[in-house]
Design a protein around this ligand. Structure first.
Ligand code: FAD
Length: 266
């Protein structure tokens, strides 16, 4: 078990990881590719103190090297679930799991829109992870809502294990079913199916972790960046504007301090 798991390798997540590792805590950062972070996409940054004119890709690379050098472990994958259990939080990414005594969410700007029917039928035909749940649908008809760069690869994996896959790329989706998924309507066309894989770049925070409160589309945090779930902290764009690197870095550090204090209280 790690002391702290951080989700997201943008400036908020890597700043949190650097601070926590420097304070002697074991830290894992689980994240999509850093090329998906807002920071990486910034062509030229003129307002980050000390680095005028730096590119987002360069600053992101420096932060990554710094975090690794401080001792943080970087794990690659999309986190699809987090579960608060006695003594910590279990985090699922791909088909892997890690546990931490505290969790810091540094997800960037997050997709909070869920499709009608998605939350109600989650775990009853709705899945966020082909690798984890694919085998349950072998020989069955599934819809893949393809909204992440690796989604076509995931759809291909489902085909390779014998699923009958229909891929859709629209965001006009409604999921129907009483106790289980029965069909998906995409752009007004009904597709009968046994399951639907909703593959986004990220997962809406409230769906990712039960009991996590949001406000105005952001994760709600207290002054110390703690959230509504004990042991879970959040920082950066995912907690609200201004969407800026310096703010994300500062909040990442404060969230790390709060997570360290939480762990040290036992
Ligand atoms: C084009 C562009 C130009 C910009 N220019 C500037 C500028 O000049 N100055 C400035 O201050 N700011 C600028 N910004 C804003 C700045 O990039 C963001 O404010 C900053 O990157 C926020 O940091 P963050 O760590 O909160 O989120 P991000 O940098 O977005 O990092 C979040 C990371 O978490 C990952 N993630 C999310 N969900 C999951 C999940 N479920 N599982 C695994 N990984 C996940 C994401 O893929 C991403 O890699 C710019 C942004 C853009 C897009």
């Amino acid at each position: 078990m790690y002391d702290i798991i951080v989700i997201g390798s943008g400036p908020a997540g890597l700043s949190a990881a650097i601070t926590a590792a420097a304070r002697g805590k074991s830290v894992a950062v689980i994240s999509n590719s850093r090329t998906e972070s807002g920071l990486f996409k910034a062509p030229v940054i003129d307002n980050y103190p000390g680095f005028p004119g730096v590119s987002g890709a360069e600053l992101s690379g420096k932060l990554m090297v710094h975090a690794q050098g401080a001792g943080a472990r970087i794990l690659s994958g999309r986190v699809t679930s987090a579960l608060s259990v006695t003594g910590g939080i279990n985090v699922g990414y791909g088909s892997e799991f890690e546990s931490g005594r505290a969790l810091i969410l540094a997800l960037g700007i997050v997709q909070t829109h869920v499709f009608p029917g998605e939350a109600e039928l989650l775990g009853r035909g709705v899945s966020y992870c082909a690798t984890c749940d694919g085998m349950l649908y072998r020989g069955k008809k599934v819809v893949v809502v393809s909204l992440a760069p690796d989604a076509p690869e995931e759809a291909e994996y489902l085909r390779s294990i014998g699923c009958d896959v229909t891929e859709v790329t629209t965001t006009d989706v409604v999921i129907f079913g009483v106790d289980r998924v029965q069909s998906v309507t995409a752009d007004g066309v009904s597709i009968p199916c046994d399951g639907v894989f909703v593959l986004r770049r990220t997962v809406a925070p409230a769906t990712l972790l039960s009991g996590l409160e949001t406000a105005d589309g952001h994760i709600a945090v207290n002054d110390d960046f703690s959230t509504s779930v004990p042991g879970v902290f959040a920082a950066g764009d995912c907690v609200g504007p201004p969407y800026q690197i310096a703010k994300a870095v500062g909040e990442g550090q404060l969230a790390a301090f709060a997570a360290i204090a939480y762990i040290d209280r036992g």
